[in-house]
Design a binder for this molecule. Structure first.
Ligand code: BDP
Length: 689
């Protein structure tokens, strides 16, 4: 058990379950000839049942009792009553029923992709212990494009990657197709992920050259049977870099012609190519502003080139310039005025928060504020700011918190993202992948759960993190209820733990330079003000926190008036966002009755205690988890326990040096002096940008 099989383990089931399962999977009935997608569905069902019972069901054209019937409307199976219209293009229905006098299980969908998702859903039902005689489930994805974003470079370095090298072996492609590509596609299809952006948003123009397009086409060929399209990050300056043009000005006819020709070439090579993801005029990347144009000019030019082929442009809103008054306010200032100016096949991709994938941020103020523009949600699955793959932090609760946040503009972020609030058909959720060549794919066993939660919640943004974690734990570790639930409790507690031991009470970006792993709240000498932790926490003798109210940057005014009012007053700002919006004196009275200073320390202590507790809970699970993975997780948790203390001690030492206040009675002093923490250096950290 090294974790390679992810949640698709299909291990032998106990004898009493085996009989039931075999009786419910005697044969697979499907249309013939099968398409590649249908074949993938059948093969997965066979693999799953073979693994769990020792015998794979054969493909049959006869409706035998105990069959798994893969049904589409085209087959017109007599006696089958399915609400086809409600299933959409990719949805599925699972039902145990009598059909033509026989007990069967129907997996129904309007498309082969739907059947594939339904087959995985049946396998999930089996693995999570559902009653196979009474299946009656149906699910339709609420979001159209459910994509992974790989920040993978062509030399296989993964920016912010902590799971080894890039899966894509560009050098050996297109001739050599690693078997892992197929397993990657299976895992994604099992969650409903239907697209993948292969290369880093900090992209090289080379990805758009003929040799690299042939390589991408080879990957597309492996992914196609799993319903997954490939996309590429496009470098805005490609017309100059590759085309020899003097400019990449989006309003220049020659530039537009270059992109049109490039799009035509791409679709000749990859007929179902998904489209472009673009990071422009952000952190030094080229973009339309280099020519005095705006984001809409840039996005629309690419959209025009892709439109004849049905491709989309995902234009990122992650922008900030050094001169901005408040980095958190900038994306809104640049993008909100462009609402309604984007072409129909453009979707603006917005990170969950306005800074950058912190342990906690309020939802991005653009959600709800651009009604005329489809907005995609970008989540980070890889844990750049949450302890890499070393710390056990389950992101399901973070995803749920963002999706269920009420924009006070008529609905939650989920309703913006699924298009229902403003009536958009083009919808997307993107996750920055945490996948690499490590045997366990994600750098740690528990980081697989973040990939899993992302995929499931992209399909249905209203799924509860707890329910998704339960599914994952049952399939990945154990279906024994008590142990499974103990794992889930540990996972759900882990997110608040990391917030507490890194950045409690709305603090953010206290991470040390470059690697973003350990604490660096003292850092104040970086070339740009808004790269410095001191810029974000603003701790001084008089207090701590970033004033984003009217007396400060007024970024709070970017939220809906009702919310802006609430968050403008420290008394009505939830404690977990307090220092995001307010600069407050150290003796500010907290709802707990403590001063802000004492509360800050209490939170750091709570974070450490919570990690210790996670360690104890895990230790208690030894009997139910295979020794290999149990020992591995135990070792990781020990590192996390040590490093949670490091975070706590370094931050308390630093903030005390600024506040000048004594530690509240009973507080354990930091193990070392501040100078020690400041002196630590970390060369060669993984995943650097
Ligand atoms: C930050 C990362 C950087 C990315 C950037 C982005 O530190 O590596 O390139 O976001 O999203 O989180 O473009």
């Amino acid at each position: 058990e090294d974790g390679y099989d992810l949640w698709l383990r299909y291990r032998p089931v106990p004898a009493e379950v085996r009989g039931v399962l075999q009786a419910r999977a005697r044969a697979i009935v499907a249309a013939t000839p099968t398409t590649p997608v249908l074949q993938a569905a059948v093969a997965e069902l066979q693999r799953g049942v073979q693994g769990m019972t020792g015998k794979a069901p054969a493909l049959s054209t006869r409706l035998v009792p105990g069959a798994l019937v893969l049904a589409t409307p085209a087959q017109a199976l007599a006696g089958l009553d399915v609400p086809w219209a409600d299933l959409g293009r990719e949805g599925w229905l699972l039902r145990s029923q009598k059909l033509q006098g026989r007990d069967v299980t129907v997996i129904a969908a309007n498309s082969d992709a739907g059947l594939l998702y339904g087959s995985f859903a049946w396998l999930r039902a089996v693995q999570t212990g559902a009653n196979l005689a009474r299946l009656d489930q149906r699910s339709v994805p609420k979001v159209g494009l459910r994509l992974l974003n790989h920040w993978d470079n062509l030399d296989r370095h993964v920016e912010r990657g902590y799971a080894g090298a890039s899966l894509w072996d560009w050098w050996k492609l297109p001739d050599i197709l690693d078997a892992r590509y197929t397993d990657y596609a299976r895992a994604n299809a099992s969650l409903g992920i239907n697209g993948t952006v292969l290369n880093n948003v900090n992209s090289k123009a080379d990805s758009l050259t003929a040799p690299y397009l042939a390589k991408a086409a080879a990957l597309a060929g492996v992914f196609r049977p799993y319903g997954i399209k490939v996309y590429l990050s496009a470098r805005f300056s490609a017309p100059r870099e590759l085309g020899g043009l003097k400019t990449s000005d989006p309003l220049d006819p020659a530039v537009r012609a270059w992109w049109k020709a490039k799009a035509d070439e791409i679709y000749k090579t990859i007929p179902d190519f998904g489209g472009f993801l673009v990071k422009a005029n952000s952190e030094g990347q080229p973009g339309p502003q280099d020519y005095g144009r705006n984001h809409a000019d840039g996005a629309n030019m690419l959209a025009e080139a892709l439109a004849p082929h049905g491709g989309v442009v995902m234009w990122r809103a992650f922008v900030y310039a050094p001169e901005a008054k408040d980095r958190a306010a900038q994306a809104f200032d640049e993008f909100q005025p462009l609402d309604g100016k984007f072409a129909p096949n453009v979707i603006v991709q917005v990170k969950n928060g306005a800074i950058d994938f912190q342990p906690r941020e309020p939802f991005h103020p653009l959600f709800g504020a651009m009604p005329k523009t489809p907005l995609a949600l970008e989540l980070q699955i890889t844990k750049e700011y949450l302890g890499f793959a070393t710390h056990l932090v389950h992101l399901g609760p973070l995803f749920e918190e963002v999706l269920q946040a009420d924009t006070h503009r008529g609905g939650t972020v989920a309703r913006v993202v699924d298009g229902s609030l403003h009536g958009h058909k083009l919808t997307a959720v993107a996750g920055v992948a945490n996948i690499g060549t490590d045997r366990n794919w994600s750098g740690s066993q528990f980081d697989q759960a973040n990939w899993y939660a992302f995929g499931r919640m992209a399909w249905d943004p209203d799924l509860k993190a707890a329910a998704v974690a339960r599914e994952w734990a049952a399939q990945t570790f154990t279906n024994k209820a008590a142990s499974r639930d103990a794992i889930v409790d540990l996972m759900l507690a882990s997110r608040e733990a990391v917030v507490d031991y890194m950045t409690p009470l709305g603090l953010h970006h206290l991470m040390d330079t470059g690697h973003h792993y350990g604490p660096g709240p003292w850092v104040n000498d970086l070339e740009r003000a808004d790269w410095n932790p001191t810029y974000f926490h603003r701790a001084a003798r008089d207090g701590i926190g970033f004033d984003r109210t009217r007396t400060g940057s007024n970024a709070v005014a970017q939220y809906a008036p009702a919310l802006a009012r609430l968050w403008s007053d420290p008394r009505t700002t939830p404690p977990e966002l307090l220092l995001w919006f307010h600069h407050l004196p150290w003796d500010h009275a907290m709802p707990s009755g403590r001063t802000l200073w004492a509360e800050l320390i209490a939170r750091y202590d709570a974070g450490v205690a919570s990690v210790d507790d996670m360690g104890r809970r895990w230790a208690g699970l030894r009997a139910d988890i295979d020794p290999e993975r149990h020992a591995e997780v135990t070792a990781y948790l020990a590192v996390q326990a040590r490093e949670a203390r490091w975070w706590r001690d370094a931050c308390i030492a630093y903030f005390q040096s600024v506040s000048g206040l004594p530690l509240p009675a009973g507080t354990r002093p930091p193990a070392q002096g501040l100078e020690h923490y400041k002196s630590l250096r970390f060369g060669f950290a993984p995943g650097r940008g």
